[in-house]
Design a protein around this ligand. Sequence first.
Ligand code: DX5
Ligand code: ZN
Length: 215
Amino acid sequence: MKVSPSLLSANFANLTPEIEMINASEADYLHIDVMDGVFVPNISFGFPVIKAVGKICTKPLDVHLMIVEPEKWISQVRDTGAWLMNVHYEACTHLNSAVARIHQAGMKAGVTLNPSTPVCMLQDIITDVDLVLLMSVNPGFGGQAFIKNTLKKTRELKKLILESGSSALIEVDGGVNETTGKELAEAGADVLVAGSYIFGTPNPEERINLLKGLR
Ligand code: DX5
Ligand code: ZN
């Protein structure tokens, strides 16, 4: 299993030791949640913070934009050094062009689905994307309970990927812990995002290892 700890649950008053912990850990990526107060009812942080984090983080940045019109910000995301830019299906009128432009900017392209958006909406773009992020909570806040229906969506997405010949990874975000993580691994998830489960304990590396060991 690949693991992407979510910076949203880190200590914003002292980020350096948090990033150093991630660098030294078995984590595969660092998940960065950008919120605009419009697409979601919350505001997190913006490009200057991501750039500063990117300078000291040795793991690839997996940037999750919970904002309207994310395609307006492709070059700013690229300038943070991001490895992957995740845009919401619900926020992009012209998703095909957004994905192409993310690739042109030299990044991997991810498409994110809200809990109420069905997997079949990706049928005509699945072979163009590098990753699909399934939200297992309504986006905007850390620490929410896992929405069980995501297990069914993960299985449906796995089937769509296999049948289409896509090489997209399946990432799941929200309410991930060792129990939901195990169920997601069995359903076909490739990457688990976890915020409060990892940062809310005195021994975050142990939890990263626990998620990494899920099959
Ligand atoms: C929620 C964010 C998540 C959040 C997950 O809108 O997209 O990445 O940090 O937090 P947990 O793991 O605590 O549910
Ligand atoms: Zn996220």
